[in-house]
Design a protein. Structure first.
Length: 260
């Protein structure tokens, strides 16, 4: 079973499409001189470096659990930008707080208990600190539902020990309530549907291989993973049909706020 199923090259195949929400998220931030920034789930670091430059931050640390992604990010370090391997769940206990801004783009959906998680992250912010987060909310799409349904079937279910990925993302209004309870001012919550014109079902599979399917790849032995992927590809083709190009709709929730 692979230790790190993240593949930077596969993830980067849709670099342009995946970066659009980050630019929208960064536009919600209110820059201040000399900010200290943390980017949770920084991946291969290109967008973290962009944020560091655009915000003219004094210090930015990109945090990710993937060694493969951080190896790709390492050459970008310098000028106040650093990268550190760490689970996001451990961020609040790291002891390097406080931060003026915590960013997270397409990462927190991997973790459970968002009320508790955001409470911990909030504790790492300085007075007047900002939170800006984007989480995918595409769990109703056939591409996502099929991945979980297939994991519950044999022989995959036994190999996975009954594991099926749970949906941890809240509804958009719930994030508004949560930000209010955590003391954020001027909170904004946006549900936005991004539309991607992909070549066909094959590209949808490759999109998911770069993200959601890694959760099953790292848990399945190599031979069973290949069987899972083959079955996934075949069934998804039946669900999505032969449409070319395929219009892949992808809802995402963006939210931000600042502390007093």
């Amino acid at each position: 079973m692979p230790e790190d199923a993240w593949n930077p090259d596969r993830y980067a195949r849709f670099r342009s499409e995946r970066s659009r929400p980050f630019h929208d998220l960064l536009a919600l931030v209110r820059p201040r001189p000399g900010m200290r920034v943390a980017d949770l789930g920084c991946g291969s670091g290109e967008l973290t470096a962009l944020a560091h430059r655009e915000l003219a931050a004094r210090e930015t640390v990109g945090i990710d659990s993937s060694a493969a992604m951080l190896e790709r990010a390492a050459p970008l370090a310098g000028g106040g930008l650093t990268f550190r391997r760490m689970d996001i769940a451990d961020f609040a206990r790291w002891g390097e707080a406080p931060f003026d801004l915590v960013l997270s783009n397409a990462a927190l959906h991997w973790l459970p208990d968002h009320p508790g998680l955001l409470g911990s992250i909030t504790a790492a912010l300085a007075p007047g600190g900002q939170l800006a987060v984007q989480v995918p909310a595409n769990h109703a799409h056939p591409s996502h539902r099929l991945a979980h349904a297939l994991a519950a079937e044999e022989p995959f279910a036994a190999a996975l020990g009954g594991y099926v990925r749970e949906i941890s993302v809240l509804e958009a209004p719930d994030y508004a309530v949560l930000l209010h309870r955590l003391g954020y001012r001027d909170a904004q919550v946006r549900l936005q549907v991004y539309v991607h014109e992909l070549g066909g079902v094959e590209e949808v599979v490759e999109w998911l291989r770069g993200t959601l399917l890694t959760d099953y790849e790292r848990r399945l032995p190599g031979d069973l993973w290949e069987r899972y992927l083959s079955a996934y590809r075949e069934r998804l083709a039946g669900l999505l049909g032969p449409e070319r190009p395929y219009l892949y709709t992808y809802p995402r929730i963006l939210f931000c706020g600042s502390l007093p």
